[in-house]
Write a new protein. Structure first.
Length: 241
């Protein structure tokens, strides 16, 4: 787990390629962010290029897993890694008796079937910043644009997914102002679904609300499938020689 001398040196792009299969949202910017936060220390060539070894890649894999699977703040991960670097023997922060710092309802719906954190996940502002590997400025922009919302003093798992996705899109040059169009399109889809389920919500008698929820979820799934197909078709047409 130490960040000792790298063997079989790789570029940052090589390291990214090894990690991307397990962490599809990993980016060069995120690796650089983790370095800036002091969690990894890749070697540098005389000209300043980063060189990663197998131990650096495994350290990154540990950090990313601790964030994604256990919602641990970077501060907690860093403290654990520093202890290991000092030669101390310590169980991982999520081991028995040292529960992970995750404010999650004890409910099977805490994660979606796809493994993404769901609405039952409850995160502090610090946990959201660490979990998405973003800074205060980006989070403030996302909140101002209405992309990320807070309920009381906490954020849910959807806020974490949105923040991570926005950060990943940012590596391609898309800024929060560009994402306002995506938010507007989503709001229009929500409006269409609400029109359909409104009569069900007004229906008297048992079962009306449950039927409205089932209908809304089914329509949302279909809408997402349609959106993905339209985007895929449009890109294929625009990229064809």
């Amino acid at each position: 787990m130490t960040a000792g001398p790298a063997r079989g040196a790789m570029t940052i792009g090589d390291a990214l390629g090894l990690l991307r299969a397990d962490f599809p949202d990993i980016t060069v910017s995120k690796i650089r962010f983790l370095e800036a936060e002091g969690l990894i220390e890749p070697q540098r060539t005389p000209s300043g290029y980063r060189k990663f070894g197998p131990t650096d890649v495994e350290r990154l894999r540990f950090i990313l897993s601790a964030q994604r699977d256990h919602y641990l703040p970077l501060r907690v991960i860093k403290e654990y890694l520093q202890a290991i670097d000092r030669g101390e023997t310590a169980p991982p922060p999520w081991a028995a008796g040292r529960g992970p710092r995750r404010l999650v309802a004890a409910d099977s719906t805490a994660e979606s079937p796809a493994g993404e954190p769901g609405p039952q996940v409850r995160l502090t502002r610090r946990q959201l910043l660490d979990g998405a590997a973003i800074d205060e400025d980006l989070l403030a922009e996302l909140e101002e644009a209405g992309l990320v919302r807070r309920s009381g003093r906490h954020y849910d798992g959807h806020a974490l997914v949105i923040a991570r996705t926005a950060a990943a899109l940012g590596t391609y040059g898309l800024q929060v102002r560009h994402l306002r169009a995506v938010k507007a399109a989503a709001d229009r889809e929500i409006g269409l679904i609400e029109q359909v389920v409104a009569p069900l919500l007004r229906r008297r008698g048992p079962g009306g609300h449950e039927e409205a929820e089932r209908t809304a979820r089914a329509m949302a799934d279909l809408s997402l499938r349609l959106h993905a197909a339209l985007v895929s078709t449009g890109l294929r047409e625009s990229l064809e020689p």
